[in-house]
Design a protein around this ligand. Sequence first.
Ligand SMILES: *[C@@H]1O[C@H](CO)[C@@H](O)[C@H](O)[C@H]1NC(C)=O
Ligand SMILES: *[C@@H]1O[C@H](CO)[C@@H](O)[C@H](O)[C@H]1NC(C)=O
Ligand SMILES: *[C@@H]1O[C@H](CO)[C@@H](O)[C@H](O)[C@H]1NC(C)=O
Ligand SMILES: *[C@@H]1O[C@H](CO)[C@@H](O)[C@H](O)[C@H]1NC(C)=O
Ligand SMILES: *[C@@H]1O[C@H](CO)[C@@H](O)[C@H](O)[C@H]1NC(C)=O
Ligand SMILES: *[C@@H]1O[C@H](CO)[C@@H](O)[C@H](O)[C@H]1NC(C)=O
Ligand SMILES: *[C@@H]1O[C@H](CO)[C@@H](O)[C@H](O)[C@H]1NC(C)=O
Ligand SMILES: *[C@@H]1O[C@H](CO)[C@@H](O)[C@H](O)[C@H]1NC(C)=O
Ligand SMILES: *[C@@H]1O[C@H](CO)[C@@H](O)[C@H](O)[C@H]1NC(C)=O
Ligand SMILES: *[C@@H]1O[C@H](CO)[C@@H](O)[C@H](O)[C@H]1NC(C)=O
Ligand SMILES: *[C@@H]1O[C@H](CO)[C@@H](O)[C@H](O)[C@H]1NC(C)=O
Length: 697
Amino acid sequence: MPIHCPPSLLVSLSLWILWCFMMPTHCLPYHKTSPCTLTQKTALCSKRKLSSVPLDLPNSIEELHLNHNNIQTLQDHSLSRYTSLHTLSCADNSLMTLGSKVFDNSTNLTNLNLAANKLHHGYQETSLALAMLSRLKVIDLSENQLEDQMATVLLQNMTSLEYLNLSRNLLLRLDENSFSNLHNLKELDLQRNMLFELDQAFDHMHKLQRLNLAFNYLPCLVDFEMTQLLVLNASHNALEWFITNQDLQEPFQLETLDLTDNNLLFFPFLPTQSRLRNLHLSQNRLSFYEHLEENAAYTNLTTSVQFYNLKGNGSNVTAQLWDESLHGDISSLDLLDLSGNQVGYLPLGFISKMPSLTRLRMRTNCLTVFNLTQEKLPRTLYELDLSNNRLTAIHADQGSLRELANLSYLNLSYNYMESLPSKIFSSLSSLSSVDISFNSIGICLHHKRGGNVGEEDQSDCVVWRYINSLKQLYLSGCNLQMLPSSAFTGTPLVHLELSNNPELLFEPSSMTELTGTLHYLGMGNTGFRDFDFSPLHHLKSLNIARNSLTQLPASLQSLELGLLDLRDNKLITLSSRQANTLALNLKTLFLSGNTFDCCHLDWFQTLKGAKGLSIMDREDISCQDLTSRTHRVDCLNSRLDSPICGGSEEESVYWYILLVIVPVFSLVGISIIFILTFNPRMLPKTIKQKCWKPTSY
Ligand SMILES: *[C@@H]1O[C@H](CO)[C@@H](O)[C@H](O)[C@H]1NC(C)=O
Ligand SMILES: *[C@@H]1O[C@H](CO)[C@@H](O)[C@H](O)[C@H]1NC(C)=O
Ligand SMILES: *[C@@H]1O[C@H](CO)[C@@H](O)[C@H](O)[C@H]1NC(C)=O
Ligand SMILES: *[C@@H]1O[C@H](CO)[C@@H](O)[C@H](O)[C@H]1NC(C)=O
Ligand SMILES: *[C@@H]1O[C@H](CO)[C@@H](O)[C@H](O)[C@H]1NC(C)=O
Ligand SMILES: *[C@@H]1O[C@H](CO)[C@@H](O)[C@H](O)[C@H]1NC(C)=O
Ligand SMILES: *[C@@H]1O[C@H](CO)[C@@H](O)[C@H](O)[C@H]1NC(C)=O
Ligand SMILES: *[C@@H]1O[C@H](CO)[C@@H](O)[C@H](O)[C@H]1NC(C)=O
Ligand SMILES: *[C@@H]1O[C@H](CO)[C@@H](O)[C@H](O)[C@H]1NC(C)=O
Ligand SMILES: *[C@@H]1O[C@H](CO)[C@@H](O)[C@H](O)[C@H]1NC(C)=O
Ligand SMILES: *[C@@H]1O[C@H](CO)[C@@H](O)[C@H](O)[C@H]1NC(C)=O
């Protein structure tokens, strides 16, 4: 249960009042006479609580920024003096309308930002104002609650527009009348509307290069024929089909196609001629179906599907589902992202259609084997992500590995592999980052005989020695039993992750080769007891969480760590010497999940006060007092929730009592003497002195 700090509202309130007395200008609203800042020909008047356009600016200004104010309408003539204006930004006001003559004198205006207003109220009058802007190139009308009809009216005469932003409005469907006059448009942003239908809305926009349709409700894009488009973003829709007009013989200019997060079942039907470089298909339900055709039981299923376009006039799109060429032209692909689909295999010859591929992402699919020899990955390949599949094996021969001379990043984590060709990684000459976490693969003790990787050379361990390009290695959860000595000879690792191998035994000199290079070491949940970190003098980040440590390893004293993760151990306290050393260099520290002793928290004050150090989970650090009550360490200095401590705290209470008792007893004694003798003046000096001395007790 979270325990909260007592509120300190009163303190902050009084501090604020004090501060206001000392610096009155900060607490007053803006200065009435000159609300804007001028730099050259730009007037910055954002966030000044303005309700109208300032009239006292120099006539010659060219840029005027009025964002985040309370302007409800741009009055006629309020801008007439500023005839040189080319940029006006009035986003995030409460604009409902623009006076129809407001831009009378603004002939040079090219850039207008009206985002995040309420123009759905006065769109008709506003459209008259916008029609005056014959040179306007850029307009942002995003977040204005505009419906289809309103957008059409607003934009009807804006023939000069090149960039239009209509994102975050309420558009439902667009057709050829919606933007009929926008012949010069180059970029159109329609993301985050509610579009479910597009009917030839863009056919006349022959200059359109970038179209963003992300976050809408489009069910399919069929008969795609915008050959001039460079970037099409239709991610986060409900697309089941993407089909290019296959009859078109013209080459497409398309370079980037983003269909992330849709409902595609089939690889998109791409243009037969294009220069497509980036194809984003992650988070769909894609698979390949070639195996169905080979299977006799399915021979009678139809292998072509007809689609009727949404206008319903009967024009046909016929798609062959298992035709080799249906993938279209993918010969220029640089990035293919198929993460988060249901791909069980890649069709034969599919990869070889992409001779310049550099990044292949297949994370979270259903791959069971990957045969590098057979797939013939291109020489250019730089990044290969096969993580989180169902791979039980990777097959490779020496020749195919040598071919992959550019492969730098390889992720095989979260699979079911228990064996690999033992020298697979030593054969990849540019490999710099490998992740094989969460597979059961060990570390080979010695070089196997013979230098080459053969087809059947599968082994339950791999060699990590003499891979001089390798910098980052992730071996988390690999069921490692032993880190042999000289495991990394000749491999200049900078980043080594060994966490989640709870039975890992470290041979004494297993990391000596890394002393000059290692910056990050992950040893969380490795069950280590004693480890000498001192030789790793380049180490900057260390994770030793979840190791049941009862005290900080002494060898940490000699390191200059910037990050230290100590979560979920059994630490009770840190010595002040340790705290002081850590405070010197540490920037980031994790400490929660330990049960510290509430009565020995000096170290916490030291770390809390350390300059440049942030304790990331400070609010979750807890401690126990003598009665086993749990407290939040961060709250303890507030003294309202003070722990019960034995030892020193009780001692101090005892001294307080003594301090009170001594004078009381003395007084009582003096009184008794007074009463007994009835003559204070007759008392001998010696007795008087004795009674007044507290030490006599
Ligand atoms: C419009 O600009 C001209 C100068 O270009 C100026 O003379 C005229 O007064 C301006 N109109 C208004 C209404 O300010
Ligand atoms: C409008 O822009 C043109 C060319 O950029 C410039 O020559 C002209 O002076 C500008 N007009 C005004 C009123 O600033
Ligand atoms: C705007 O365009 C419409 C037709 O598209 C035309 O009838 C109207 O006169 C134009 N308005 C202005 C102010 O140019
Ligand atoms: C359009 O506006 C939205 C929201 O204001 C913004 O996030 C987006 O980047 C803009 N699009 C372009 C192409 O500038
Ligand atoms: C497509 O749009 C989404 C939403 O704005 C964005 O996150 C994504 O990066 C865009 N895709 C590309 C390839 O730019
Ligand atoms: C395939 O279709 C033909 C005729 O249409 C039929 O005679 C045959 O039995 C079908 N085969 C299977 C396996 O259903
Ligand atoms: C059907 O659409 C095509 C273009 O896709 C057009 O040429 C044809 O006139 C339309 N037919 C009808 C009946 O609307
Ligand atoms: C659609 O295509 C099929 C087969 O190609 C043809 O029989 C049919 O007449 C076409 N329909 C129309 C409306 O063009
Ligand atoms: C991998 O592919 C190569 C070439 O097609 C083939 O000779 C080899 O048998 C395959 N290996 C496995 C285990 O399927
Ligand atoms: C290797 O990959 C990088 C990164 O994508 C790329 O820039 C480079 O052109 C590739 N080199 C070769 C020889 O293919
Ligand atoms: C490898 O992939 C896994 C799962 O997709 C991911 O969590 C991990 O961060 C990746 N490793 C690296 C080094 O990028």
